[in-house]
Write a protein that binds this ligand. Structure first.
Ligand SMILES: [Zn+2]
Length: 241
């Protein structure tokens, strides 16, 4: 038999009957730690560290009869610790790819300045390829996607409301030092550039032309942004996070 103990933060991934205590099961023949952990329902991307019989271990290590396996989650507090299973970029260098159901979260991340790819028709294999090729952190509520072997950095999104999703992500990845509000287009993800009012006058509604002073233009799609009510509302959301 082998014994598995999962951290509190990983309990929601376990079958309900297995939550709360140690899980003893027959030692599978020639299985890796990664295989055993994922067979219990926990995506490897949610695991921050593994202690095999009290010693830090990697995903590839083999499981043997009598093993005691403690599985820990990762959080902002230990993201850059020595015993973690993966190296994370600094917050200001974190880039994301959001799955097809997380458009509202993607827009919030862009509003906060984070490079975030999103399309509502992304296929799993495209997301996995973007994660592997461009070093992007995958955001999803799909456990199956997180078991993809090409994905090493990901964050399972537990919350369903977009503002709560954003706050949880800021907390868990320690994103605060990387916040660069209003520097990226929420529609297309390209950087914004400050422009003189005179150069965009013909594109402004009359009330904006009269009252607003600061403008930015998207270097990708050309949209013009100003500090209107939408801007203030998003500012409040960022303050909240
Ligand atoms: Zn744009």
């Amino acid at each position: 038999m082998i014994t598995l103990i999962f951290a509190d933060a990983l309990q929601p991934f376990l079958p309900p009957a297995r939550r709360g205590g140690a899980w003893c099961l027959p030692a599978p023949p020639d299985a890796s730690l990664k295989h055993v952990i994922e067979a219990c329902g926990v995506p490897h991307t949610e695991v921050g560290a593994i202690l095999l019989n009290g010693q830090p271990a990697g995903f590839a290590e083999r499981v043997a009869d009598g093993d005691h396996i403690e599985v820990r989650a990762w959080s902002a507090a230990d993201l850059h610790a020595a015993h973690t299973l993966r190296h994370w970029p600094a917050p200001e260098a974190m880039r994301f790819v959001a799955d097809a159901h997380l458009g509202a979260l993607a827009r919030r991340l862009r509003m906060a300045g984070f490079d975030t790819l999103f399309r509502n028709d992304f296929a799993d294999r495209e997301i996995a390829a973007l994660a592997a090729d461009e070093g992007r952190i995958v955001l999803t509520r799909d456990r199956g996607l997180l078991q993809h072997k090409a994905i090493s950095h990901a964050c399972y999104v537990h919350a369903t409301a977009p503002d709560a999703q954003f706050s949880a992500l800021v907390e868990r990845l320690g994103l605060r030092p990387g916040l660069r509000p209003f520097t990226r287009c929420i529609e297309c993800n390209a950087p914004l550039k400050a422009v003189d009012k005179g150069t965009v006058l013909d594109r402004l509604p009359p009330s904006v032309r009269e009252h607003q002073l600061r403008f930015t233009r998207c270097t990708g799609c050309g949209r013009v942004f100003w500090e209107g009510s939408h801007w203030r509302r998003m500012g409040l959301m960022l303050d909240g996070a």
